[in-house]
Design a binder for this molecule. Structure first.
Ligand SMILES: O=C(O)c1ccccc1NCC(=O)[C@H](O)[C@H](O)COP(=O)(O)O
Length: 267
């Protein structure tokens, strides 16, 4: 038997968490949430807006690869600052054990921001999609490495029926090819190898030509310079998911502003 990798560990924990949450907050309660009936904002459209940067700025306190990144940045100031800096969308980690997040972080971000927000979590159950809607998300993440293509398709259909968009994350050619029929609004290529935590932008470059032009391309993880974004744009990426590069600063929103100003100056 092979040693469990970090995704196996996260998913094992997630199964317990989802079972617990279903007991605590059954679907009939989720459906009563203020946000359940609201119309989501299209992340896909915001990423393509020419007046914005394409950056999906992430709020994450810690991660399996880096440990604690920023335990003190407040959600409100950080996310408002990200949006004011010109981020196209926000990504909020809601997983607690591995990323230090919470559903309440997303709801707080929702209260103060009108731009699209993706709920960054490990979706393994339809319940979590209803939950994402109930906490104010506009989009969800589906990770090809932890779902079968059939599951991804069923989850994407459910998300769409609620008006949510789907970012489907892949790590290699096989995951991409197997999931082309899922109907994702955006495909995210994760530059981080989740077994070794090594990050290489080459993964995004390699997979770019295989992503259909009808799908918005997003490059995820390990992006830390405007030069890298220029390289990724040349091969067709429009969205750039960035977390640690901002969150490692005591004022992540200031780091985002500086970064986006440099990026704009290059264009
Ligand atoms: O970030 C990790 O260590 C990690 C480990 C295992 C599963 C997922 C992980 N990260 C989630 C993400 O997708 C990143 O937070 C996101 O792409 C931003 O990456 P970065 O800019 O490198 O913080």
């Amino acid at each position: 038997m092979s040693t469990p990798n970090i995704l196996d560990k996260i998913i094992a924990e997630k199964r317990l968490e989802v079972a617990e949450r279903k007991e605590l907050y059954p679907v009939r309660l989720l459906e009563k949430s203020l946000y359940f009936g609201s119309t989501p904002v299209s992340m896909r459209k915001y990423i393509q807006r020419p007046d914005l940067s394409g950056i999906i700025a992430e709020f994450k306190r810690k991660s399996p690869s880096k440990g604690v990144i920023n335990a003190h940045a407040p959600v409100e100031r950080t996310t408002i600052g990200y949006m004011q800096a010109g981020a196209s969308a926000l990504s909020v980690l809601t997983d607690k054990p591995f990323f230090g997040g919470a559903n309440e972080d997303l709801t707080l971000a929702r209260r103060f921001n009108f731009c699209p927000i993706i709920r960054k979590d490990f979706t393994i159950d339809e319940y979590q999609i209803l939950e994402a809607k109930s906490i104010g998300a506009d989009a969800i993440l589906l990770i090809a490495a932890v779902l079968t293509p059939l599951q991804s398709k069923a989850f994407a259909d459910l998300a769409h029926s609620l008006g949510l968009e789907v970012l489907l994350e892949v790590h290699d050619e096989a995951e991409l090819q197997q999931n082309l029929e899922v109907g994702a609004d955006m495909i995210g290529v994760n530059n981080r190898n989740l077994k070794t935590f090594e990050v290489s932008i080459e993964v995004s470059r390699r997979l770019a030509p295989m992503i259909p032009s009808s799908v918005v391309k997003v490059s995820e993880s390990g992006i830390s310079s405007p030069e890298t974004i220029s390289i990724l744009r040349e091969v067709g990426y429009e969205g750039f998911l960035m977390g640690e590069n901002f969150m490692k600063h005591s004022r992540p929103e200031k780091a985002a502003l500086e970064f986006i100003e440099q990026l704009t100056a290059r264009a």
